[in-house]
Design a protein around this ligand. Structure first.
Ligand SMILES: [Fe+2]
Ligand SMILES: [Fe+2]
Length: 260
């Protein structure tokens, strides 16, 4: 039987309800599924919005090995120095090079060296460098430094996510999408061996609209006026996916969508 390297990816963790919930549940999931590396999207992990050093540390404490970013990563200035100093937090790689932090990192678990790249989509989002050319450049620059490559593609349009995954099929082991906070039911192994899901979903308060108090979002749609987002409170849940990578071929040989 092939020896596998098992990667758990968890969708956008929203605020302290998500951090606390993962603190409670994540270690059990990691040991139950024999996970070798856990990646959590942390762009919304601070209460209010964005990410803070404290919220990133809470996710690491909960069991995350790597935290990935998104369009909200830079909302809080307090996190800028932290991003510059951190080896386990990555911000989108296709931001201008003047942005704080790093677009990718390599973590050596002892079992494998894993390159994790964070990328932003360009459809219905702020303009940034093409994630396609940026991904190729990052893979080339790091070519001799990793065994397994994983991409968090933080994007709105399902077509853009599917296109990037297929563009990179066979060149990276995993592409998972984040940002929409809604888990998609299309987990699959692409023809050349890349594991893919369009969106991992969200971790946070279940009775909410994408983690925010429902009445505020409803009010926004009815009044069409700006509103101040307030994080929902109540029972939490988590969404994500597990990717089993064959250690010798680096191909994904199993993918499983999870909710807990
Ligand atoms: Fe998010
Ligand atoms: Fe986002």
């Amino acid at each position: 039987m092939a020896e596998t390297f098992n990667i758990l990816a968890i969708g956008d963790a929203v605020g302290s309800p998500a951090c606390n919930y993962l603190r409670e549940k994540l270690s059990g999931v990691i040991s139950h599924f024999g996970i070798d590396l856990t990646i959590v999207n942390g762009e919304n992990s601070a209460d209010g919005n964005g990410m803070l050093p404290q919220s990133a540390e809470a996710l690491i404490d909960a069991g995350a090995d790597i935290i990935t970013g998104g369009n909200h990563t830079f909302r809080r200035r307090e996190v800028y120095n932290f991003l510059d100093d951190s080896k386990f937090c990555v911000r989108p790689a296709n931001m201008p090079s003047t942005a704080p932090g790093y677009g990718c990192t390599v973590i050596d678990t002892g079992k494998a060296r894993v390159l994790v790249i964070s990328l932003l989509g360009t459809v219905y989002m702020e303009p940034v460098e093409s994630p396609f050319t940026c991904a190729e450049r990052m893979l080339e620059t790091n070519a001799d430094k990793y065994d397994i490559a994983v991409i968090d593609f933080h994007a709105e349009a399902t077509s853009e996510k599917a296109a990037l995954a297929r563009f990179l099929d066979g060149r990276v082991s995993v592409v998972f999408g984040t940002h929409t906070h809604v888990q998609t039911a299309d987990e699959q192994i692409l023809p050349k061996g890349t594991g893919f899901i369009t969106d991992l979903g969200m971790t946070g308060v279940t009775d909410s609209i994408l983690g925010v108090k429902s009445e505020i979002i409803i009010e926004k749609f009815i009044s069409r006026m700006p509103v101040r987002f307030e994080q929902a409170s109540g029972e939490a849940s988590a969404n994500g996916a597990i990717f089993m990578i064959d250690k010798s071929s680096k191909k994904c040989i199993g993918v499983r969508r999870i909710s807990f």
